[in-house]
Write a protein that binds this ligand. Structure first.
Ligand code: GDP
Ligand code: MG
Ligand code: ZN
Length: 220
């Protein structure tokens, strides 16, 4: 009973902070994406492929969440894009308070897109609103096509699903149709993208969706 109360308090405090962040992002015209997946599905690789194509057109910032290291922030900085690394220590998700603090590093008045790469975890990031416009979940073909059925909460709160590592399909038992069927069964409106960061398949399609979302929120 006590445990539930503490959890509820943490979550309601987080929601308040996230709502304030959402207001701020709206005022500044910044589209915010919360990118989630299990570890190693290819979140940073997808960002590398996608942002290379968008960085000349939009002002972009990235917040990287990991337990340790700033490896991912370094990968993004190599593209000439501003990236801030949050090290959570032991924590398996990011919270709105951490995002609020990281914003000191960015100039929101001159930003069109903020991407938050969450800690690799398909469980609790689904409960922690970061003030984003949408969550996008990545599942790779090496993880099993029943991932959506096993992690329904994450699918339910996501706007799009990226099935990544399509270049490996011929080597693994992954039924793409089944995966989409499971996912759509939970969230019928889910947008589906199929990508490979090795061959570049599907990156353009996904990037255009993102660009459209940025445009719809951007201040002219
Ligand atoms: N074959 C293949 N490997 C990929 C693809 N995307 C990412 N990887 C590899 O998967 C590993 C984890 O990728 P990373 O982007 O760090 O995943 P993250 O932990 O979700 O950020 C790295 O070795 C990547 O090179 C892909 O589309 N195809
Ligand atoms: Mg990463
Ligand atoms: Zn967690």
């Amino acid at each position: 009973m006590e445990k539930i109360n503490i959890e509820e308090k943490i979550l309601s405090k987080n929601i308040k902070k996230a709502d304030a962040l959402r207001e701020l992002f709206k005022e500044k015209g910044v589209f915010v994406l919360n990118l989630v997946s299990s570890p190693g599905s290819g979140k940073t690789s997808i960002l590398e492929s996608t942002l290379t194509g968008l960085k000349d057109k939009y002002n972009i910032g990235v917040i990287e969440g990991d337990l340790q290291t700033d490896n991912d922030a370094k990968r993004i900085r190599k593209l000439g894009i501003k990236a801030h690394q949050i090290n959570t220590g032991g924590a398996c998700h990011l919270e709105a308070s951490g995002i609020e603090k990281s914003l000191e590093q960015f100039d929101l008045d001159n930003m069109d897109l903020l991407i938050i790469e969450n800690v690799g975890n398909l469980v609790c990031p689904s409960s922690f609103d970061l003030g984003e416009d949408c969550k996008v979940v990545v599942i790779s073909t090496t993880e099993g096509d029943d991932k959506p059925a096993k992690y329904p909460s994450m699918i339910r709160v996501s706007s799009a699903l990226i099935i990544n590592k399509t270049d490996l399909l011929e080597h693994v038992d992954f039924n793409t149709e089944e995966c989409i069927k499971y996912a759509k069964g939970i969230q019928p409106d889910l947008k589906i993208f199929q990508t490979s960061c090795k061959t570049g398949e599907g990156i353009k399609h996904w990037s255009s969706w993102l660009a459209e979302a940025i445009e719809s929120k951007r201040k002219s």
